[in-house]
Design a binder for this molecule. Structure first.
Ligand SMILES: [Zn+2]
Length: 122
């Protein structure tokens, strides 16, 4: 639905603005701005947002997004190592049994060493 008079009024007001933000302010103040919902841009491949989108939509994370996600996670870890260590600790706590199975041999060695140390100390 277009209204030619309204469109001309918009052009006149916009031409008096000092910049785009000012034009938006003027048009809004005069009720000439249609606040139609803006469509969100789809997350681009090869970005952290792209990887998030893949997970949300249940699609396989493509190679570009996987690489971008690794870089993003590396950067997050570099910026805040304490938070990364806390995440690691939460992961270990939540996946204790799986980790134990995955590292059964190493666990057995450590447990034996611990038993020996405990036995030696007692
Ligand atoms: Zn992708």
């Amino acid at each position: 639905m277009t209204d030619p008079a309204r469109d001309r009024a918009r052009l006149v007001v916009a031409s008096m603005a000092t910049d785009a933000a000012d034009a938006t302010d003027l048009l809004r103040a005069l009720g000439l701005l249609d606040d139609a919902p803006t469509r969100r841009r789809a997350a681009a491949h090869g970005t952290h947002s792209g990887a998030v989108r893949h997970r949300q939509t249940g699609t396989r994370v493509c190679d570009e997004c996987a690489e971008a996600e690794r870089a993003y996670q590396r950067e997050q870890r570099r910026r805040n190592p304490a938070a990364a260590r806390a995440r690691d600790a939460r992961y270990r706590e939540a996946h204790r049994e799986e980790i134990k199975i995955r590292h059964r041999a190493a666990y057995a060695r450590r447990a034996a060493a611990a038993r020996e140390a405990a036995g030696g100390a007692a």
